[in-house]
Design a protein around this ligand. Structure first.
Ligand code: CP3
Length: 338
């Protein structure tokens, strides 16, 4: 999830001089911010500093952060959707790929860089709502009243996002992650219609463009307890989940074909270190539980678990607690379970 941000004094210091979007659009700044949590926390992987809304201006939608996202134009009708552009990422957002190249030069060889984009449905949610929303009545209303227009918008979002992820991989990103933060606002039926096919299309394009080089794909399925099995149909190799689902249950429901990523509640980092360690151990234990041949839950080697927070780190998190978490994961995940 997001590992850079306001909880780090070095991030706040940089942001006093540069606004958020300038930081995303200036490769040297994006590179410096990407490296901040890697240096301070000692995490195993870096995630590029950027935002899922960065491709929108290239589609013809101005974006601002005050501090939440505010879009400069509402997209609701078929004519609105038809006027949106699909531009290749190298043309629309060359600074993202330049940031990827800079980060790769600076990162230690053993620390991979994760490139990312918003999943088509989550991006479409922002496009239709014009920013954050509580009820999501704009996008949900569109799905039921004008599904053709919704599909046209999702197609354009999918092509834009695929172009961005493929370009990041070509520039040197070693894994590709899609964030579907808002897919969980839908019924399982709507997830199958409006979410999965478009995420799948994006990941297919990433795999095609990566060719023989091994680029793991990760699909973050927000609030997915009601439809988790469908997430596997995106074709991602790793499914990220939040804390609303027990990790052992998620592991079992996802089946043996995929690895799981997650899922500590970021709010746990606000608590004392002893409690952080206890809850980290619970997550690691959950990842080790899978259905054996007799369909009983039993501990065993984790079949592919990427430890992660279930969502972005909270701005009020003490940085030393985030460091304590990383240390705890290292220590506890190498320990044999009884
Ligand atoms: O290292 C990293 O942190 C990776 C960079 C990253 C950011 N956003 C930077 C950011 C990533 C992977 C994202 C993804 C993102 N952006 C998502 C999907 C994941 C999720 O959080 O659900 C979404 C929905 C967004 C859209 C977005 N960006 C919102 C709603 C906000 C405002 C809310 C907030 O937390 O302040 C942002 C701003 C944003 N994106 C910040 C960062 C570090 C905070 C900016 C600041 O105040 O300096």
């Amino acid at each position: 999830m997001r590992q850079a941000g306001r909880y780090l004094p070095e991030y706040r210091e940089l942001r006093e001089r540069h606004d958020f979007l300038t930081s995303c659009r200036t490769p040297e700044l994006a590179c410096a911010i990407t490296l901040q949590p890697v240096r301070r926390l000692g995490v195993d992987a870096a995630i590029l500093f950027s935002d899922i809304l960065v491709p929108l201006p290239g589609m013809g939608i101005p974006v601002d952060f005050r501090p939440g996202p505010v879009l400069g134009r509402l997209v609701r009708t078929r004519a609105d959707v038809d006027s949106l552009r699909v531009v290749e990422a190298e043309e629309a957002t060359p600074f993202v790929m330049e940031a990827v190249r800079l980060v790769r030069r600076e990162l230690p060889r053993e620390v991979p860089l994760i490139g990312f984009a918003g999943a088509p449905f989550t991006l479409a949610t922002y496009v239709v709502e014009g920013g954050g929303s509580k009820s999501h009545s704009g996008i949900k209303g569109l799905l039921v009243s004008d599904p053709e227009t919704a599909h046209a918008l999702l197609r354009k979002c999918a092509e834009t996002v695929a172009s961005s992820l493929c370009a990041q991989v070509r520039a040197g990103a070693q894994a590709a992650m899609l964030f579907d933060t808002w897919a969980g606002i839908l019924s399982p039926e709507d997830v199958n219609t409006f979410v999965v096919p478009y995420a799948r299309r994006v990941l297919e394009r990433v795999r095609e463009s990566a060719g023989a080089s091994l680029v793991p794909t990760i699909y973050y399925a927000g609030d997915a307890a009601g439809w988790l099995e469908a997430a596997v149909e995106t074709g991602a190799q790793v499914i990220g989940v939040d804390w609303r689902i027990d990790l052992a249950a998620a592991r079992r429901r996802l089946g043996p074909r995929v690895a799981v990523q997650g899922n500590l509640d970021p709010a746990v980092l606000l608590g004392p270190v002893a409690e952080i360690r206890r809850r980290t151990e619970r997550v690691l234990h959950g990842a080790r539980c899978f259905e054996g041949p007799r369909a009983v839950l039993r501990p065993g080697p984790a079949r592919g678990h990427v430890f992660n927070l279930g969502h972005g780190i909270l701005p009020s998190t003490p940085p030393e607690h985030a460091r304590a978490l990383v240390d705890a994961v290292r220590e506890l995940s190498t320990k044999e379970t009884p």
